[in-house]
Design a protein around this ligand. Structure first.
Ligand code: C2E
Ligand code: CA
Ligand code: CA
Length: 647
């Protein structure tokens, strides 16, 4: 079997001549023929001899030089396969079989010694024909394509075989808009004769569909982050070449989405994300680029907001916002989802990176500010604020490298035991050369957002541990130092290892250390947090829940957490003597702490009235300006000596 067997006719002729000659040969040898016949006999012998010579010469040439047509004469297997090559070919064949069966790509091979054509199963799918139609010749797919394309393919294949070069040809199927690309290359033996041709068959349409899938977010079917960023860059380029064209970028961040995953399940959370994606899609236009950029972060690019269709960008954003926020029912559960939305247009900012980072700043502002869960449009004031934040972040980074931070210590006293100091809360201070003393409320959120809280937190912890060790060595064996841990720090994978290293390095006993985390941190991924808390407390550390009352801890959660202390938030203490409901709330917290056998600290106590109220209600531990502001190490030790008088 050959690829295109046209020369078989020549062989047939030779065969006939050979047969005729053998018939006449007997008479010729017996010499009982008339001499007049000798002329045609000798002419026939000469013709036969020349033809045979010509044929064998042509054949031997064809071993060295490729034939120019695609009708590749399959030589006898043994003529090509030299010693040892047979095994190699067997191995190659095994590999080819493996590739063929992989079913992921359209592969084909043509083996010259055996004259066998092999097609991978995927090819029938690519070409849209039944598998049975693919036989031992390329010709079996000829009819699928326009004749001119097929002829061109054959030409290219011939040239490629003669020149030993790879080829790639596009063919148009008669029955579809698709383009099929057939590519291939030949494998030769050491005489340079091709022994195998192998290649691929690819559908442009299917390739495009695959490419499209690689731009897709698997979960929601929206575009993914990479595509969104490319699209954003393209839009910027478009506005630069089309004056007057403006586009808008909208970022949507869902509120407390982690809690949904925690409270229900990840699968439920995924369904919620799909529903939200669908809600956004139904409001936007088909041409808008809608993407999921992170776990619960969505992005939309609205092309040409000056055009008629998109002119009411404010209205559109409000619609998206209220649609996301409308009650969502799934799996018999009903929830309300909040979303913070940031909007920037290309007339505000004209670089893709700046647009993205400013939109993230808008979201951060929304999350930290009072309008959490609202909509914010970019204004130049915000740009200044963003610049300020960037500057702060930059300086913070430098300050961390230079270890430019100090700690102050605020005592916590036991009002039932002569106001003895039971612990100190370590509070960080940043004394910046230009800005002066920067309050932690200003830089801690930036450190948290930028991730700088992790190295900063480590710095603080190490410093506090060294300090605590010094005071313990002074004789205050039971003193504890409380260190604030932000959520990001607390969720670090290597938290325990880091902690152990620092305790080893400083020589501090874990029982002299306390960790303060907020209610929000404790609630985040509660199962994991409980496990972590168990490990920490089993080391001998104590854990406090800071700002207690501002979050949404339920009693059942509190019971689950192996915590030691609750700290009543300053905001309740502030109005304790003025607002009855705050007084009632504080009484309730004191009751909860007692019933759960938890230690309680009231923080931010400034007045005698506040102190009296708390003491009367049974709150034993007090922290606040009434007793002392946070103190530098030396005055803190003085305070400790004064209150505790051990020596
Ligand atoms: P926080 O953990 O709730 O710390 C208590 C804050 O209340 C401290 O403010 C303290 O100085 C202040 N305070 C205590 N008693 C009184 C009082 O009687 N009156 C008034 N007006 N204020 C009082 P500070 O040091 O400015 O810290 C503010 C917040 O910054 C802290 O709140 C904490 O969330 C964060 N922070 C401070 N230091 C660190 C730290 O080392 N690491 C982390 N992650 N966060 C820190
Ligand atoms: Ca604290
Ligand atoms: Ca607090």
């Amino acid at each position: 079997m050959k690829l295109f067997d046209e020369h078989i006719v020549l062989r047939m002729l030779l065969l006939i001549v050979g047969v005729l000659f053998s018939l006449f040969a007997k008479d010729l040898v017996s010499a009982d023929v008339h001499p007049a016949w000798l002329i045609p006999y000798s002419a026939a012998i000469t013709f036969l001899f020349c033809t045979a010579l010509f044929y064998s010469f042509g054949k031997s040439v064809s071993f060295k030089r490729m034939r120019r047509d695609v009708t590749i004469e399959a030589p006898e297997p043994n003529a090509i396969i030299e010693d040892g090559t047979r095994e190699k070919l067997a191995e190659t064949q095994a590999f080819v079989n493996l590739v063929m069966s992989s079913n992921t790509n359209g592969f084909w091979t043509y083996d010259l010694p055996t004259g066998k054509m092999q097609w991978s199963p995927k090819i029938s799918n690519i070409l849209g024909i039944p598998q049975e139609r693919l036989n031992d010749s390329f010709e079996c797919i000829k009819d699928l394509f326009f004749e001119s394309d097929w002829n061109n393919f054959k030409n290219v294949l011939n040239i490629s075989l003669a020149s030993n070069q790879e080829f790639s040809v596009d063919l148009r199927p008669v029955n579809s808009e698709d383009i099929i690309t057939i590519s291939g290359t030949s494998q030769r033996n050491k005489d340079g004769r091709p022994i195998k041709i192998a290649g691929t068959i690819v559908s442009k349409q299917k390739q495009l569909a695959r490419k499209d899938r690689s731009n897709q977010d698997e979960l929601t079917g929206l575009k993914n982050r990479r595509y969104f960023q490319d699209h954003l860059k393209n839009e910027i380029e478009y506005t630069q070449t089309h004056s007057g064209s403006v586009f808008a970028m909208i970022l949507i961040d869902l509120e407390h989405f982690g809690n949904i995953n925690d409270m229900y399940s990840e699968a439920f959370g995924n369904s919620v994300l799909k529903i939200v994606a669908d809600r956004i899609t139904t409001i936007c236009n088909k041409n808008d680029c809608i993407a999921r950029l992170g776990a619960d972060l969505f992005g939309i690019i609205i092309h040409d907001i000056q055009g008629k269709e998109n002119s009411d960008i404010v209205g559109l954003v409000q619609k998206i916002h209220s649609r996301i926020k409308s009650p969502l029912k799934h799996d018999d559960k009903e929830l309300l989802i909040g979303a913070s939305i940031a909007v920037i247009t290309s007339s505000d900012i004209d670089s893709a990176d700046d647009m993205m980072s400013n939109a993230m700043v808008l979201l951060r502002n929304l999350k930290n500010g009072e309008s959490r869960g609202g909509i914010q449009f970019f204004t130049s004031g915000i740009r200044e604020k963003a610049m300020h934040l960037y500057q702060m972040e930059f300086e913070l980074r430098k300050a961390i490298l230079a270890k430019d931070f100090s700690l102050v210590y605020q005592p916590v006293v036991d009002v039932f035991n002569n106001n003895k100091v039971v612990s100190f809360e370590a509070l960080v201070r940043w004394n910046n050369m230009e800005r002066g003393m920067v309050p932690p409320s200003e830089f801690i959120p930036i450190a948290e957002e930028s991730g700088l809280i992790v190295p900063l937190g480590e710095l603080i912890l190490r410093k506090a541990c060294y300090q605590a060790k010094e005071w313990v060595d002074e004789g205050y064996k039971d003193l504890r130092i409380a260190v604030n841990f932000s959520a990001k720090q607390f969720s670090q994978e290597n938290l325990i290892d880091n902690l152990c290293n620092i305790l080893n390095e400083t020589g501090l006993n874990p029982r002299n250390l306390k960790i303060e985390i907020t209610e929000y941190t404790a609630m985040n991924d509660s199962d994991k947090t409980v496990e972590l808390m168990r490990k920490l407390t089993s080391m001998g550390l104590e854990i406090s829940i800071d700002d207690f009352g501002t979050g949404f801890s339920s009693l059942s959660y509190l019971k689950k957490f192996p915590v030691h202390t609750l700290k009543i938030d300053k905001s309740f203490v502030d109005t304790l003597t003025e607002k009855e409901e705050d007084a009632a709330f504080v009484k309730m917290i004191i009751g909860i702490a007692k019933s759960l056998n938890l230690d309680l600290i009231a923080e931010g106590v400034e007045t005698k009235e506040q102190l009296e109220f708390l003491r009367t209600e049974g709150c034993r531990h007090i922290q606040g300006y009434y007793f002392s502001k946070p103190l530098a190490p030396a005055p803190a030790l003085e305070f400790l000596k004064q209150q505790n008088m051990i020596a």
